[in-house]
Write a protein that binds this ligand. Sequence first.
Ligand code: PLP
Length: 465
Amino acid sequence: MSTTRGAEAGPPDPRRGIPSVDAVLTDPSVGHQVDRLGRARALQIVREVQRQARQRTLPPGEVVSVVATRLAALADSPGPRPVLNATGVVVHTNLGRAPLGEAARAALVDASGYADVELDLATGHRGRRGGAVRGALLRAVPEAGDALVVNNGAAALLLATTALAAGREVLVSRGELIEIGDGFRLPDLIESGGTRLREVGTTNRTHLADYEDALAHGAGDGASGTARTSVAALLKVHPSNFRVAGFTASVPVAELAEVARRAGLPLVVDTGSGLLEPDPMLTDEPDVRTTLRDGAGLVVASADKLLGGPQAGLVLGDAELVGRLRRHPMARALRVDKLTLAALEATLRDPAAAPVTVARRASATELRDRAVALHRTLVDHGVTCEVVEHEGRVGGGGAPEVPLPGWAVALPGRWAGPLRLGTPAVLGRVHEGRCLLDLRCLPPELDEVMLDAVLAVRTAAAEPG
Ligand SMILES: *Cc1c(COP(=O)(O)O)cnc(C)c1O
């Protein structure tokens, strides 16, 4: 039997049967949940489930029942609850850092049941855990000989220093001994694994000679009496969450790598943000590929900052060094689960599509058009507001000071509380007595959800004071 496929005669498009928003929202199994949760929240769920159907990960006939199930589950759930991030801060630490993209969300759902995490379906034998993610990382970073994924950036740094230098010393510039947030300090983290830190240089200036002197002068306590150094590795940490301005000096990776090479020691670089390649917008932000090309033996970074993936820590670099980390007993305690593996692999398939990258690169003109449209509809509904210029920020993920020019809708400040307590919750930026809603961090298809969320709290926000 032969089939001829003409241009018009393809297989029927399964997306045809996807029910409309109204059809879903008025279905009896959904309708009463909409009253409980609010239309804006329900609309957001319907859009997500419709998207799954369009991507063929869900049969169109199941859209209504999946929406009903998700709404019912939500009505009973105390959290974490979804928040519309209207702050303009792209990697928002208090909002769970990077939001996952559609591919990563779909991958999470697929992996949440039984999945071939450690099984090779072709042979039926045991497969390598994390093999797909490792492959994706090595394709994205061809400079790396091997790659490993652990629980977060802190875990990657702890594992690297412990596996390479426990019981010995790591040389690090005094200006790079940073606190990463919420009271956690890198020196304490590293020392908790049994590695001693040998600080070189001063807070604002560290020179090549500082490292060379430390290496030439052997053990840090000077008491061992041996000429042999107890330094096991050199460490460079990118001070990702602050800038030292003024009279400063630090040693570039390429020069430090040369010192390390001469001493026969590995250089570990913590780049922080997880940026894989140079980005013209973020000229001060180190990226993994350049850092490895410059001679670092290992790079460690977070996956949920500028890379835009799930919480995870990346280790990339020399195959022998990565192997030592992988075989260290601590690696088993820091490993990631199948959901992280799935979401990270999906994020790596197309890093430019990650929501943090899209939000970071959103054009000011497009943001103005969206703000103007939101403003116009709000005014039509009797809401007093205006459109103002507003600079977004990359946020806690790195490049903290880089301004992202855009626009916002400004409401009176008394809206902020009711918006936070709405469903879905909306977090605006309270600034100079106003509540600013910046649409940068929202995919455009959620502008409608934002509008509904604002209108839903009109009564609560109407009471001045
Ligand atoms: C964020 C950061 C860390 C910690 O990473 P987590 O993923 O939060 O554990 C460590 N080092 C640097 C330089 C960072 O920017």
